[in-house]
Design a binder for this molecule. Sequence first.
Ligand code: FAD
Ligand code: UDP
Length: 378
Amino acid sequence: MNILLVGAGLSGAVIGRRLAEAGHAVTIVESRDHVAGNCHTERDTDTGVMVHIYGPHIFHTDDEGVWEYVNRFATFMPYKNRVKTTSGGQVFSLPINLHTINQFYGKTLRPDEARAFIEEQADTSIEDPQTFEDQALRFVGPDLYDAFFKGYTIKQWGVQPSELPASILKRLPVRFNYDDNYFFHKFQGMPEDGYTAMVERILDHPGIEVQLNTRFTRAMGEGYDHVFYAGPLDGYFDYELGRLGYRTLDFERFTYDGDYQGCAVMNYGEQSVPYTRITEHKHFAPWETHDGSVCYREFSRECAPEDIPYYPIRQVREKALLADYVALAEQTRRVTFVGRLGTYRYLDMDVTIREAMTAAETFLEKGAETPAFVAAPL
Ligand code: FAD
Ligand code: UDP
């Protein structure tokens, strides 16, 4: 069959590869001038550093099948994400761990003592936290919440943490030992020559044709047996019901002669600092040596129509609108909506790849009867 894929990010690449290997003819249209979507990496011409152009990307997963898959197309170098945060004139370790707690309170608590101490700070009257703020107050108490979460979250999301769901904070653990690994997944690493080289290898198959600088229009889908669409869900319908809200990011690039901050990611917990974090890209490749350095200050703001959508907002208004778009999509024949934009969800790379694998297998089983969504957006 002839298949059209919209978007040459991880979703499009993984689906395209599987369908091409199964003998289908795959065309991928991509509006940007490069593949790999938001994972795109590029060597900086001034410094030679590999830059994560759309923000820092660390590969981490518990999914052995996905780990095997990415290792087929890239050599993964050992990498552990160790994030620091600046607040109140000091640098602390994240996620909140025993070091953070002892430093913050000027104590030398052992694990059990720290657990009991934090439980004393926590607001135990909150039984079933629904909001970000309640989740923080329940699990770390007001001091740590104010220092590390409140200001950062207001900057990141543009609303009060009391208006955000608890699920956003649940992504971050609190540890009562000195483990400062940001993720707790079994596998973690960084592709040796960047994510774009990995995606290029996934796409390197005689059954796949990639057309860059090509924006999808619905008319394009007509000559194909099936379309997999990894662009924005509302965009497919020309925003006819309104726009799903996103946060976008602005990156302010600067170079430094030497080592600017000594780590890859430094967060800024206070609202008075206008950016959320600074990424120093050379620290993502500790196996390389570079004298110069390139850093990105990261600012978050509301996404306007011409901006790149990064984080889906998924508050009450968006969820209602999303339900309407899902209903429209479900009436659309021979189109499957995939990926972080097609399903309007925050998806890590490993989940994106797993869902793309499932979408491809579903298509190989059901053909044109493949549903609009293989992974439910609601
Ligand atoms: P995308 O990468 O967005 O690809 C979609 C592609 O479709 C894009 O290339 C776009 O240009 C193209 N497109 C859109 N509309 C059209 C159209 N109309 N016509 C043609 N082409 C179109 N995940 C992790 O696992 N670890 C991390 O550390 C991590 N960090 C992240 C940091 C940030 C700041 C963000 C925003 C995300 C992060 N992620 C991370 C998530 C990761 O970026 C996603 O999992 C991944 O990009 C999803 O791939 P995708 O193919 O679904 O979407
Ligand atoms: N967060 C925070 N302070 C930090 C880091 C994260 O308040 O120093 C909050 C913020 O609201 C963020 C959420 O925790 O959106 C999840 O953090 P994560 O590091 O997973 O953010 P992402 O990778 O999505 O940018």
